[in-house]
Ligand binder design. Structure first.
Ligand code: PGA
Length: 275
């Protein structure tokens, strides 16, 4: 895992957006795995801006989202279909037929899961998968004790996740308790993974993911098995790491090496103070 500790949430969004732009410059027909939640909102804002100013085009890209609530119509304001439309798809030049989310509103949700896996495979697989992390260590809706080899399937949400997401629902609004999510095995097949985490509420989950034992109790710890995962976090999310100073040292050396060999990497503004 490459651990990149940045000064604040804005720097994390900039780093992430630059990496997506770089991916699309290298391969304009990239397959992107996308995430929802609060964390990627600032990154999507930057991508919209980059597209508007002609710095990047999504016209040949394809996207697959991680998850969708089960039983919510895709036009429901809290559905991830609407989230993606609102934060990204309506503002960039991606053809709507190039975007995909699990069909949480279909009659046969089991068939929808199999179909999603088939479509990801048919696309050639995900080049860059964007992830957030839940306070309980989930990625997508792969809650603690999810099988580390799981594929796209229906998951029941934990009370912790329901509570975390309650802020998006009005008091009298029915909040879904189930979802369709890419599995951990599905996520691990992405060629490159970029996980973003910001704020002190994520510090514990981040340290369990990076420094804790590999296990289903912290689903994100499965990323320790992935050969090309970048974890971009702010100082607050990094605050529980035992080896935070070491990761910053490694990153500095990595950047210097890239500079000497003339290779490129997402531009970095490393913090000037020690955490
Ligand atoms: P958040 O969610 O970005 O809203 O904190 C992350 C997640 O649950 O994966």
């Amino acid at each position: 895992m490459r651990v990149v500790i940045l000064p604040n949430a804005e720097a994390v969004a900039r780093f992430g957006a630059d990496l997506v732009v770089e991916q699309l410059h290298t391969r304009p027909d990239s397959v992107l795995g996308l995430a929802t939640g609060s964390t990627p909102v600032a990154l999507y804002k930057r991508l919209v801006q980059a597209c508007r100013t002609g710095r990047v085009s999504f016209s040949r890209a394809r996207t697959f989202n991680l998850d969708e609530y089960l039983g919510l119509e895709r036009c429901h304001p809290q559905s991830y279909h609407q989230y993606m439309r609102h934060h990204l798809f309506a503002h960039i030049d991606i053809p709507p037929e190039h975007t995909a989310l699990p069909a949480g509103d279909t009659e046969d949700a089991f068939a929808a899961c199999e179909d999603y896996e088939r479509r990801i495979r048919a696309s050639g697989g995900i080049d860059l998968q964007l992830l957030g992390i839940g306070r309980n260590g989930h990625i997508g809706f792969n809650e603690p004790t999810s099988s580390l080899g799981s594929r796209t399937r229906i998951k029941t949400l934990t009370q912790a996740t329901i509570d975390d997401n309650a802020r998006f629902y009005k008091d009298d609004e029915c909040q879904p308790h189930m979802a369709i999510t890419m599995g951990i095995g599905t996520i691990l097949e992405a060629r490159r993974i970029l996980l973003l985490a910001t704020g002190p509420a994520k510090a514990k989950a981040v340290s369990r993911m990076i420094e804790g034992p590999l296990g289903a109790f912290c689903p994100a710890s499965a990323l320790q098995l992935h050969p090309d995962t970048i974890v971009a976090i702010d100082q607050a999310a990094a605050s529980n790491l035992v080896h935070g100073d070491f990761y910053q040292h490694v990153e500095k050396e990595h950047q210097q090496l890239l500079g000497r060999t003339g290779r490129h990497s997402a531009p970095l503004s490393l913090p000037t103070t020690k955490q």
